[in-house]
Every structure is written in C-alpha cells, then in structure tokens.
Design a protein. Structure first.
Length: 458
C-alpha cells in the first residue's frame, strides 16, 4: 500500500505544476482539472507508452481516432440510451445526493453492489447506512440518472437535433470495424486501438482525478474467432499487468479481481479488473478493465444499421461475427496511480529529506535536466541542451545552488541531471547524477544521446 497520505500527494501535484483546479480564477468548477506543464508531459508520455506497446509493437493491431459526437442511433444500438444510468438516491434530511451502489460499497467493500437490484439496494441502505453528510437514515427511492451528456447539432434545438458526447470510445471502433478490415487487409485475430476523450455526467465524481466527468481512455477492441476468445482474454490479462509492472509499478499494489458469473453483463463470458491500492481507499480500486464482450456490440450494430458485420475467413470459407476482448484503461486514472506509486520522501541525512518521484524514465516529464555549475558554463550547457532537446524532453536550470536544483528535479521525477562543470570545456565530459541512487558518473558529451536512449527505453 502507498505509505503517504493522498492529501500530501495531491498537494504535491498541484504545487509542482502537474494538475491545477479547473477555472480556478472564477472559483473553480466542481471536479474539473487542468493539466499543467508537467502533467501534460506525463500524460502524453503515458499515451506514448501505451501506443508503443499495444499498437506499434503488435503487427495485428492498428489505430483509429473516431469522432466524439456520433449518430445518436449508435447509442440506441449499444444500449446506452436505455441503460447507461446510475442509481441515484437523496438524503431527505440534508438533500445530499449519492450513488446508491457506492453508498453500499463504501459501507462494506466486500459487497459487489453492481449485482444488486434497486430494491435490494434500497433495503440494504434502509437497514444499514446513515447519510455520510448528516448522519440521518432517511433516503428517497432510487431514481435512474442518465450519464450521457446531451448536446444539439444545428441551429434549432429540438428532438431531431439531439446528440450525445460519447461516454466511451469503444463504439467508435465497432462502427468502423468493417472499414478497418477493408482498408488494412487484416485477418482475424486483429485489434483496433484508440486513445480519446469520453464524457460521463457522474453523480459523485471525486478523489481528485480518479473519477471525473471528462476523461481520456486508452482502449483496445480485439476481434477473435469464437472458440479462441478465452485464450485471448487470458493473454490480455497478463499483457496489461506486465505493462504496468514494466512501468515500474509495485507488484504489491496491484491485483486482479475476476467477476463472478452472476456479476457479469448478460453478454459477457468473463470480465476482470486490475485493481490498484490508491491511498484514498482502505482497499483496492479499479484501474484497468479487461472485458469479454462476446459478439454483442457488432450484432447490435448489425441489427440497427442493417450493415452485415460478419467476417469471412477466406481460407475456410467460414462466416461468423467475431467475439471481442476489450482492455480499457483511463489515462487520468493511470497517471494518478503512477504518481501515487512513485511518490517518496527519503531521509538523506539528519536534516535533509528529499521528495522524489520514482517515475519510469520513459514516462517522466523530463528525461534529463541540464545544470551548468555556474554562469561561465552557460554557453556550453546551452549547446548541449540544443542538441539533446531534438530527441528528448530536456529541462534547463541554472538558478540556485546545485543541491537545490537536484532536489527540484527529484521532486518532479527527472531521472538524470547533467552537470556542466569547470572541467567540461577541456575534457568534453559532464557529470550525470542518477535520481534514484544519487550516484554520479562522468560521461563524454558526444555519448549523451546514446546514454539516454539506453536508459529511458521501455
């Protein structure tokens, strides 16, 4: 479990320039966050790492960038218009509003409230739970709350102009499945990966960037032949966990939760979550979902659109609608998990405690910082910076003592500090300090690019 409080970690992200409160000069907007210079760099590097491992390095996976606003019939076909809602309940005494399922799970984390009916939720709450805000046990009946944001297309706002901001990126992949098959000449098994924004009108967003109304997903839909689907499901469970461990996340902070048969969606053969021990929770919370969606989505789009979604195996002449395995992770939630996992406070000596983010060098906002020892080294330091910045994210810091500059870079996760000193002009070398070990080594200036490439690779 992370050993530092969530409040301390969140405060560090704000003061360091990772995340700012949204619309802050106007008093903010509830659960709205903006990513600062370090946050956007970290976020982009996380997406780059995912794209590298899930798309580029897999010959049978290609990319897509679908529209945020889709034809409203897409959401009818997928079931979102009819069923994409949360069980909303209000306290009659203080009028605070809650998700009924989250109230139950907050009271007893061993209960999977998603498998309970509304009546079961109401009965459990009436017998066991008081309002977290006022302490009274007087709640309304559950009402279903539509999670999709509505918008209008065109000049006149009426029923015909109504559309939705997408609540997930998956449907944009499903409706392009035939296009991708045709243009990429892929054969099953193959996958389509996408990174993009999604929007959900959450009743109870919170815990910083863990649950927000606007978020970014990294999602893969992998199309398989029925009969091979469970093998691919197990494959992607391991692949996703290995990805997290390869980024340096601690094994003890991660675990699988396999859903029981009665907890599964009616169309699913298997679903599991990779959970992470976020410090705001007493247990583990969902980080990454791996779902077996069977042929449900393609079948529904075939039914509603009239477009055939069958796949023809040219070798066996067999026709079938593929089954789909879907690993889906939120960029924002993964960023939060990485920061929580990386944050540390180390006692260097009796009077010196340093804050350090042990981020994997590949995702760190800066791969290295150029630190001229004095202004006399500025020219050479700028030359080195100009060369390296064409290949890597590089910081330049010539303000304050070298010790303070080291501490600043440690606190934002910079893995290597490159000090240009009084001997650098003559021996054409610099001193590189390792963030994690604080050890130093002398490296030729001409070797810096290869040195960093070797150190930061996934």
């Amino acid at each position: 479990m992370p050993k530092f409080s969530f409040e301390k970690i969140v405060n560090h992200t704000k003061v360091s320039g990772f995340v700012y409160p949204g619309s802050e000069i106007y008093g903010g907007l509830a659960n709205s966050w903006d990513y600062g210079p370090l946050g956007v760099a970290l976020k982009n590097n996380i997406k780059k790492a995912w794209w590298q491992k899930f798309v580029i390095e897999n010959q049978n996976i290609v990319g897509l960038d679908s529209s945020i606003i889709l034809n409203p019939k897409v959401w009818e076909a997928s079931g979102h218009v009819a069923t994409f809602n949360d069980p909303l309940i209000d306290c009659k005494y203080c009028h605070s509003r809650f998700r009924a399922d989250k109230l139950v799970e907050g009271h007893d984390s061993s209960i999977r409230a998603s498998a309970m009916s509304n009546q079961e939720l109401e009965d459990y709450i009436a017998k066991n739970i008081v309002c977290p805000k006022c302490g009274h046990n007087q709640f309304t009946n559950i009402r279903q709350f539509q999670l999709m944001f509505k918008t209008s297309i065109g000049v006149v706002e009426d029923a015909k102009s109504q559309a939705y901001l997408r609540p997930e990126t998956a449907q944009g992949i499903f409706i392009n499945y035939k296009n991708v098959l045709r243009t990429s000449r892929k054969k099953i098994p193959f996958g389509i990966g996408q990174i993009g924004k999604a929007f959900r009108n959450e009743i109870t967003p919170g815990n910083f960037i863990f649950r927000t109304r606007e978020f970014e997903q990294m999602e893969l839909e992998f199309f398989t032949k029925p009969g091979t689907d469970l093998e691919w499901y197990e494959y992607f469970k391991k692949y996703c966990m290995d990805f997290l461990l390869n980024l340096g996340m601690k094994q003890e902070n991660l675990k699988f939760l396999e859903y029981e048969k009665e907890e599964l969606a009616h169309y699913s053969k298997a679903t599991c979550d990779i959970l992470y021990a976020f410090p705001f929770s007493n247990g583990f919370e969902e980080l990454w979902g791996i779902a077996h969606r069977s042929d449900y989505d393609l079948t529904k789009h075939q039914e509603y659109s009239g477009e055939k979604m069958e796949y023809l195996d040219v070798d066996t002449k067999e026709k079938y609608i593929p089954y789909v395995i879907e690993p889906s992770v939120g960029v924002d939630r993964l960023l939060l998990a990485l920061i929580c996992d990386a944050y540390d406070e180390e006692t260097v000596n009796e009077n010196d405690v340093r804050i350090v983010l042990h981020l994997h060098p590949f995702v760190a906002p800066f791969k290295a910082a150029i630190l001229p020892l004095s202004k006399q080294q500025n020219d050479l330091a700028n030359e080195i910076y100009a060369k390296l910045v064409k290949e890597f994210e590089i910081d330049f810091d010539n303000t304050g003592s070298i010790g303070k500059r080291y501490r600043r870079q440690d606190a934002i996760g910079t893995p290597y500090c490159i000090t240009v000193d009084f001997d650098s002009e003559t021996d054409k070398s610099v001193t590189i300090r390792n963030r994690d070990t604080m050890e130093q080594e002398r490296v030729k200036i001409e070797d810096l690019s290869n040195y960093l490439k070797e150190k930061i690779k996934l």
